[in-house]
Write a protein that binds this ligand. Sequence first.
Ligand SMILES: [Zn+2]
Ligand SMILES: [Zn+2]
Length: 335
Amino acid sequence: MRVADVPDPVVREPGDAVVRVTRAAICGSDLHYLHGKTPIEPGDVIGHEAVGFVESAGPGVTRFSPGDRVIVSFDLACGACWFCSKGQTALCDDVRVLGGGPFGGSVPGAQAERVLVPAADVNLLLVPGGLDDERALFVGDVLTTGYYAASLAGIAPGDVVAVVGAGPVGFFCVQAARVMGAGKVFSIDPDRPRLALAAMVGAEPVDPADRHPESVLAEATGGRGADVAIEAVGSTPAFERAVGVVRRGGTVAVVGVYAGETAQIQLGVYWARALTLRFAGLCPIHAWWERALAEVEAGRIDPMPLISHRLPLEEAPLGYELFERREATKVVLLP
Ligand SMILES: [Zn+2]
Ligand SMILES: [Zn+2]
């Protein structure tokens, strides 16, 4: 990971816009490039969480003008295909991921001074006047992903919700679950600083080293288990934990990212327990970000406790090291 000079992006297609980035962030999925879980070519620019202002726009861009402050979506959709018309923009025929390497369509990323955004009318969202950049920053990815996961889980008022994983997505799942009327929200994670953050936004922290999560959830529900479990890690043990803490007839929403992992499941158990499994896939940001942003504006979802470090873009490699070592909960880069 290093910082280098690359040519400035320029508008090529009529729908393109160039955004001058004012804040970018390092996402947990960026670490997958370092670990080889997602392929990347030497010299590729990564990063997909950004806010900034439109610097130039092609003649086909009608919703934005130079100077507009905008949030960039991490998944880039065409806005015109059947899936996009149904709001399932992450399943778009031409879906690409900003800074996502060859599997993401080789679109240069946003941990940079400038980023080219294709189909800008679709893939940008205006930042409301009174909202500062850092509060808006995560709406293009982790914040809205957490909101989407909680929505997918179909939380009913008073539900007891278990969120497995207290990373950035889990942090926002907790807040979104509360916004959606959850009675109690439990956050399950072995990482103490992450648990403390989840507790700060209203979760009851559960460290599996201290208390068995299945017992905690059973005690909280008259022996039944959580009404809803949200898996926000992306590992087989986390999936199994989510299934383990949910009551019969409950819902498990799986938002953690999976690649080659496998799990053996006994179909009869799932069938007899009448479980609802909802696999999130990539978050269709475009269908959810206006609702998520409204919660941020209203102060009901607060991203600020998550930010542990602010670094100039030149120090991005240090940011990656801190994040990798879990000394940072979220690193914001200032280009
Ligand atoms: Zn991300
Ligand atoms: Zn599409």
